[in-house]
Design a binder for this molecule. Structure first.
Ligand SMILES: [Zn+2]
Length: 259
């Protein structure tokens, strides 16, 4: 099976698995019916995937292949191969992703789009699908820069993307997570409790806690915040929305409205 097909399968299995775990061990109460959330956010994800397929998906893969051939990027300069290349690619691209997420909060133009993701007042597995199409495309545009700087192989890049998918699905899931295990995992990866802190209305936690796979970037760059202080009923979202908007027009026009 090709890595592209494996990536799609990982996405589907990960989503269904987290949805099932949420059904069995739900943490925060659902304000909206889960079926409505699944339907709307899946439709948005489908729109984003189609858009990507007809714009940047093929050029990005072509660009990665060309970069490897020409020997551009630090990974090629260092002659990294095999497992070393793969592990360092996951680490370095996750580091780039941390900064992209941080800029998405700190640069007003990028925040216009990223706030659509944050406007969800109820965070669960379906929130991992809630991205404005412009943010989706912009985030793929800046990946060309990642490729020039690092020079990953296509295989390593696709495996990293699978890692991002699994991490996103896991840390958005609305699951009751044993606090002891949470604290242990939090030395390495982002947990649902930790990422819920990133979705609070309170800017002190939501304008920090940016990491996606490895938590080390937050600890290293001073954006780690202790999620144990966040109570279960802490309001989520961005404050200007009392409930999650599930209307296509409203969500699509949100970044272009006056703040
Ligand atoms: Zn964010």
């Amino acid at each position: 099976m090709s890595l592209h097909k494996t990536k799609f399968l990982v996405f589907i299995i990960g989503f269904l698995l987290m949805f099932l775990v949420e059904s069995l061990f739900q943490y925060r109460d659902s304000k909206l019916p889960r079926s409505k959330r699944v339907f709307f956010h899946s439709a948005l994800a489908l729109l984003n995937s189609i858009l990507l397929k007809f714009t940047l998906a093929a050029p990005l893969i072509w660009f990665i292949a060309n970069t490897s051939e020409k020997g551009w990027g630090l990974a090629n300069l260092l002659n990294l191969t095999g497992l070393t290349h793969l592990l360092l690619t996951i680490l370095v691209l996750d580091f780039f992703d941390y900064w992209w997420h941080r800029f998405s909060h700190q640069v007003p133009f990028l925040w216009r789009f990223h706030k659509v993701h944050h406007s969800d007042t109820q965070v669960d597995i379906t929130t991992s699908l809630r991205f404005h199409p412009c943010e989706f495309i912009l985030s793929h545009c800046q990946k060309f820069l990642w490729v020039i700087l690092w020079g990953p192989s296509i295989e390593a890049f696709l495996i990293f993307e699978m890692g991002i998918t699994i991490a996103n699905q896991f840390h958005h899931a609305n699951i009751r997570f044993p606090s002891r295990l949470d604290r242990i995992l939090r030395w390495v990866i982002i947990t649902p409790t930790y990422h819920a802190a990133h979705h609070t209305v309170d800017k002190e936690t939501s304008d920090n806690t940016f990491a996606t796979i490895f938590i080390w970037w937050d600890r290293l760059f001073g954006t780690y915040r202790d999620p144990d202080k966040i109570i279960k009923t802490e309001p989520l979202g961005i404050g200007s929305f009392e409930t999650t908007v599930l209307s296509p027009i409203n969500v699509l026009q949100q970044p272009f409205l006056k703040a």
